[in-house]
Design a protein around this ligand. Structure first.
Ligand code: GLN
Length: 255
């Protein structure tokens, strides 16, 4: 068990004011609460337009939510204007993170928006995302996936997706999960998201961590492991409401 009061984590929340659709901010609340309940000290720092890029160097766990195409354009300019190198180094050096929807698309090579505009990504993930035109069907609805992450394979993770972009992973990349119900990366190959180093990219809003606390704990454990070494064991937290919420969604589609 982690020793009470002995550990602390700093969460870097990228663009809280621009990238947080469909309850994505709830993910940061969940990370904070699940740490606090175990007496792991938490600091959340918002990193947005005007924040010094070096702030990224100081964080133990990264989070960035989704957005519409307009916000993605604004954030792209800011990243390219300075933060890009810091974010790339943090991810490549193994800082754990969760990147949802628009944020996930950003870490790829490019995103083609519904009006055909090409938004260059950071190219950290070897993937591309294309929206097949204004009239293309958006991929919307409840989604159920099974993670390919060690220790979480038995879990049914539930969330909500709403994206026009279709993502194709490069050959060397492993998806985060297999789709049981819903669309995932592109609606055709049954893959969902990506795992790269210690980060997860995913289309699941929801917010994903409130409905799937095991995933929140996975990220917290990884962050503690990177910061303090060893194999941290987290005190269990009662989660019957979360399980009930998840079972309701699962029961609706697959049982
Ligand atoms: N604009 C992107 C798309 O529609 C991302 C949307 C989102 O983050 N919900 O594909």
């Amino acid at each position: 068990m982690t020793k009470k009061g002995k550990h602390s984590l700093k969460i870097g929340w990228l663009y809280p004011d621009l990238m947080s659709t469909y309850g994505d901010r709830g993910n940061v609340m969940i990370l904070r609460k699940r740490c606090e309940w175990r007496e792991i000290m938490v600091e959340v720092t918002g990193i947005t337009l005007g924040t010094d890029s070096t702030e990224i160097d100081s964080v133990d766990l990264l989070f960035m939510g989704g957005a519409q195409d307009r916000q993605q354009e604004i954030v792209k300019k800011d990243l390219i204007g300075g933060k890009e190198g810091f974010l790339r180094r943090a991810i490549e050096d193994g800082t754990p993170g969760l990147f949802v929807c628009g944020a996930y698309q950003f870490l790829g090579a490019y995103y083609i928006a519904a009006d055909g505009t090409k938004i260059e990504g950071l190219g950290i993930y070897d993937l591309v995302t294309r929206t097949p035109g204004r009239l293309a069907k958006r991929l919307i609805g409840d989604i159920i996936i099974r993670p390919r992450i060690e220790g979480l394979e038995e879990l049914f993770v539930v969330g909500f997706e709403n994206h026009g972009g279709r993502t194709e992973l490069g050959k060397g990349l492993a998806p985060f999960a297999d789709v049981v119900h819903g669309y995932g990366n592109n609606g055709t190959d049954r893959t969902e998201g990506v795992v790269y180093k210690n980060t997860i990219g995913t289309y699941l809003h929801g917010p994903i961590l409130s409905k799937n606390p095991e995933l929140a704990d996975y990220l917290i454990r990884r962050a503690l492991e990177i910061k303090y070494g060893g194999a941290p064991v987290l005190e269990p937290i009662e989660a019957s409401w979360e399980r009930e919420a998840r079972d309701t969604v699962i029961g609706r589609y697959i049982r």
